[in-house]
Design a protein around this ligand. Sequence first.
Ligand code: ZN
Length: 465
Amino acid sequence: MSLNLTNLESSLDEIKDEMYSLMENLFPICRSITGNGVRQTLEILQNLIPLSQYEIPTGTKVFDWIVPKEWNINDAFIMDSSGKKVVDFKDSNLHILNYSIPQDTEISFNELKKHLFSIPEQPDVIPYVTSYYNENWGFCLEHNRLVKMKNEMYRVVVDSKLENGFLTYGEFLIKGEFKDEILISTYVCHPSMCNDNLSGIVVATALAKYLKNFNLKYSIRFLFIPETIGAITWISQNEEKMKNIKHGLVLTCIGDRGKFVYKKTRMGNAEIDNTVIKILKKSNADFDIVDFYPWGSDERQFSSPAFNLPVGSLMRSVPNREITKEYHTSADNLNFMSKKSLLDSFEKYFLIIEELEKKIEEPETISNNFQKKLINDQEDYYINTNPKCEPQLGKYQLYENFGGQYDIEKKYMKNAIFWVLNLSDGFHSLEEIAKRSNLELKLVQTATELLETKKLVMRKNDANM
Ligand code: ZN
């Protein structure tokens, strides 16, 4: 059967219900970047698609990172002096600071407060907070609940384990006629939240389940990986496969009622960019196109200077709480989801793949214009010394050095650092980085100096290129 969405027409209602009930099944599981929540999630997916599961041991070096210890949790609560549990992990797994180390202690409210996270502007929701690389413990709660807590002694129990184990991920390849691949990558590390990230998981699973019944020219690789560290781990373990990836999309935040937002690839004019835009235009519904930026989800690892793969991201509401108030909170629940949107998203991805399949025999007309530019010797060019994925910035204590004039501009400095790392490929001058990122040249220069002191970038002339 050749690939055509009309062949699925009679199954679309069923696909919609399957995606939603899969989401309901996965919702209660406490996931993280490692641990049994990821395994349990992949096992549920294995009932639907022949997913292979991989386990990478703690301590494995993956480029500039190291696979962390594995985290698992049974229970956690805060109990007041009357013996009442005022915050209970069993009510919502968002209540625990993800990756909290074990605790069993009596503590004053003043001490406890240092370990409590809430959002005063959104007093009814539980925020989702993690601490993967700084050992800590904490609880996340509604601000309304926090302000009702009395100034007394509390008992705090975190029944968790942080020990040597594995990072787990899932992978499924539909073999097409050709070696050339389309990559569909989604992440499996968020606990009970729907749009970010169960929507990506259920749409990817449905795509894998239904696409495998068609005769395809492209091979299609599905990744179900923990975000950031999982992407870096997969890339470091599978570098030889990267050359086959011709087009890629990161599937995230795709189940809400918002319009489609397409984040373009780093190169900005790849075949996948043109294809996604063509499919969105055909649908008559409103949509937004945004240029690539070097943060967000795993597209930034696939788009790091050493790989520069054409990987974009088709989403709906943008994962950023300034824009989407449900993002990374307990409000990102089943009520935030729309079955109709999930199906619409499934159809769009399907049509994009269908369109790529139609064009596979045509000669590639679009090239990456970055690498062909003439270099202007008058400007400053830098080379990223860790061009494969992003460096683990946390270990360089970059932010401690901010101080002074940029103290209030930490966010812009962080953005500048990401831009300099992503575009320091020897072909983008600092002037061009400033222009493309819409940041002041002075800020880009300061970020570059900071990265230079940590040997994360070096001047192109010194790099012997
Ligand atoms: Zn997220």
